[in-house]
Design a protein around this ligand. Structure first.
Ligand SMILES: Cc1cn([C@H]2C[C@H](O)[C@@H](COP(=O)(O)OP(=O)(O)O[C@H]3O[C@@H](C)[C@H](O)[C@@H](O)[C@H]3O)O2)c(=O)[nH]c1=O
Length: 365
């Protein structure tokens, strides 16, 4: 089938990250995928070598499409609109014309944001008639990723767990030049978490040595802003050593999470990757103006069966409470790890997002 995925980059890397993973996975299943994206710059490090079967096209090139001159077979079988981004009219026109001409079932899907809130099960799959523009008269359907069987599920490639099981941690760390000496290894991917200064301070004071692998971009800027020049230069402060990771391709980002004893993730895609890693994780949720993210975080923590210590830590890390995050004790880390592993087991018993997407469009995976 032909799949057209439309992606508008709003901010950060989640829009491109989710769309790229989906495109790559569908192409891996033998699909023809065009990923239309208005700002492909992040793909230069996220996916530097691309993927067979995925054409990345700049959104503006859609203006050159003359829908009236294209055969229906050139229209998408499935048009995926990521996060309500309103795909290019020319491709919608192509879809509409093909539907009217060849009678082949075609689909327009609005891929939504991930949440563990109950509304996701209610809204997943609902139709939304289109009244305006080139698509007037068509119906799109909502596809909500989620954590339960009644939702659209989570992106998970075939064979991911086998790869994770065969993963050689010391070899990968050495290949990335991450100078791990056997100490507690922690990854940091975040915005500017209110709990960061307290946590850096706690790591600095010990009691055990920690190597913090700081990802590129906002995470690294946030940490650097809290250290002195000499600490940044030395890459160390007290019991804490720091490694500044450059932007790495998505598969290496995943391997970073597989390597660490504790992962700090943010947004949407890295949360899912943290769940597949199965190690203790702490999530900085993408903040929303109306504080809707408070409820969203609560729903996720509840779905995870999080113990009180993990809930408290999340509230402090995200600034929902005045408390400062304390270093998790070894016992707490064990408990958080058990919770993460349990969550992963629950998810692995379910179909992946791509498998559910196939059923959604009436195909077997
Ligand atoms: C740091 C780093 C990230 N990545 C990838 C992993 C993920 O695919 C992507 C980061 O995406 P996220 O984890 O979702 O976090 P994010 O904060 O970048 O994206 C956010 O963007 C907002 C607009 C959305 O509303 C949020 O829900 C969220 O998706 O970047 C790499 O591939 N290499 C790297 O070195």
């Amino acid at each position: 089938m032909r799949w057209d995925i439309f992606c508008k980059v709003i901010d950060n890397h989640g829009d491109a990250g989710v769309c790229w993973r989906l495109a790559r996975e569908l192409a891996g299943e033998g699909e023809q995928v065009r990923l239309w994206i208005d700002d492909p710059s992040a793909l230069s490090w996220m996916a530097p070598v691309g993927a067979p079967g995925v054409d990345v096209i700049h959104w503006r090139d859609a203006h050159d499409i003359d829908a009236a001159r294209l055969a229906p077979a050139q229209a998408p079988d499935v048009l995926i609109e990521a996060f309500g981004c309103e795909p290019a009219e020319a491709v919608i026109a192509q879809l509409a014309r093909a539907i009217s001409e060849d009678g082949v079932p075609r689909h327009w899907i609005n891929l939504e944001y991930l949440s563990a809130e109950p509304y996701v099960e209610r809204l997943h799959g609902l139709p939304s008639p289109v009244f305006r523009g080139a698509g007037a008269g068509l119906t799109k359907r909502f596809f909500y990723p989620g954590f339960t069987p009644a939702t659209g599920g989570l992106l998970r490639e075939h064979g991911l767990m086998a790869e994770r099981d065969a993963f050689d941690r010391p070899a990968w760390l050495a290949a990335q030049a991450i100078p791990w000496g056997g100490e507690r290894l922690v990854s940091l991917f975040c915005y500017e978490p209110p709990g960061l200064p307290a946590l850096l301070d706690a790591w600095r004071r010990g009691p055990e040595p920690t190597l913090l692998v700081v990802t590129a971009g906002r995470s690294s800027a946030a940490v650097r802003s809290l250290l002195s020049e000499s600490e940044v230069g030395a890459g160390a402060t007290g019991a804490l050593r720091l490694h500044w990771l450059p932007h790495v391709p998505q598969p290496d980002f995943d391997r970073l999470l597989w390597s660490c004893d504790l992962n700090f993730v943010r947004g949407e895609d890295s949360l899912v990757r943290g769940l597949w890693a199965g190690a203790p994780l702490v999530w900085q949720i993408y903040p929303q103006d109306d504080d809707a993210h408070h409820v969203k975080l609560g729903a996720f923590l509840e779905w995870m069966d999080s113990p009180a210590s993990l809930v408290r830590f999340h509230h402090a890390w995200n600034g929902f409470s005045d408390a400062t995050p304390h270093l998790p004790t070894p016992e707490e880390l064990v408990q958080w790890g058990a919770v993460a592993a349990g969550a992963r087991t629950k998810l692995l018993a379910q179909e992946s997002l791509a498998q559910r997407l196939y059923r959604f469009v009436g195909r077997k995976s």
